[in-house]
Design a protein around this ligand. Structure first.
Ligand SMILES: [Zn+2]
Length: 215
């Protein structure tokens, strides 16, 4: 058996657990046993209660655009294929200025690694000052016709700033959005991406598992 460590898949999803961080006023995550072998049942089964925009998850156009596609209508190519991890140095927001030199191309899948990855997931307290995509950057990315955008905290837009505008600019342009990635163990560069949201009927959001393999 040959093993090439460089070829390993990296898990860039966050762990789903009771009491974990979520967007303010979204439902809390609550996972509890429904059947338990410890209590004499023949198997273990749990009940999971959580919002659809918690942890690593995806937003389809329908999240903000009433006529937009729902997540169960997403083409698999949106989140399976080559992707680029771009490291953002700015600690406040992802600015057009910083993006220009990365020469983002039409149809690209872009994942932004910011200080959020190392900082925000350490705690189950919601971090209001996470690095976000301001509305003008969202319009820039929409104009570049990127296919998919991934961010490393719970929203592409900021907390009480540019939330709706940023979502409308990207989702309105048909860009598929992955939120809640943890890219702390990933270097900037080119990867093979697989990110599959669970298939809920007419979903406006759903948890996803996302993995990367260096190209
Ligand atoms: Zn979302």
């Amino acid at each position: 058996m040959t093993r090439n460590k460089k070829q390993n898949w990296l898990d860039v999803s966050v762990l789903i657990k009771t009491g974990m961080v979520h967007w303010p006023n979204d439902p809390a995550v609550d996972i509890r046993p429904f059947k338990s072998t410890a209590k004499g049942d023949s198997c273990n089964v749990s009940t999971v209660s959580m919002g659809t925009h918690t942890g690593t998850h995806m937003d389809p156009p329908f999240h903000f655009i009433p006529t937009g596609k729902t997540l169960d209508q997403m083409p698999l190519e949106a989140t399976i294929g080559p992707a680029r991890v771009i490291e953002i140095k700015d600690r406040e927001s992802i600015k057009v200025e910083e993006l220009r030199r990365h020469r983002i191309q039409r149809g690209e899948r872009i994942l932004f690694k910011t200080v959020n990855s190392a900082r925000c997931w350490k705690t189950d307290q919601f971090q209001k000052d996470f690095v976000h995509i301001p509305a003008d950057t969202a319009r820039f990315l929409a104009k570049q016709k990127v296919r998919t955008i991934g961010v490393d905290y719970l929203s592409i837009g900021g907390f009480k700033k540019d939330g709706a505008e940023t979502h409308r600019a990207l989702l309105g342009a048909g860009v598929w959005v992955i939120e809640g990635l943890n890219l702390s163990k990933v270097r900037p560069g080119r990867y093979q991406l697989i990110c599959l949201p669970i298939k809920i009927l007419a979903a406006h959001g759903a948890p996803a598992r996302a993995v990367l393999k260096p190209l």
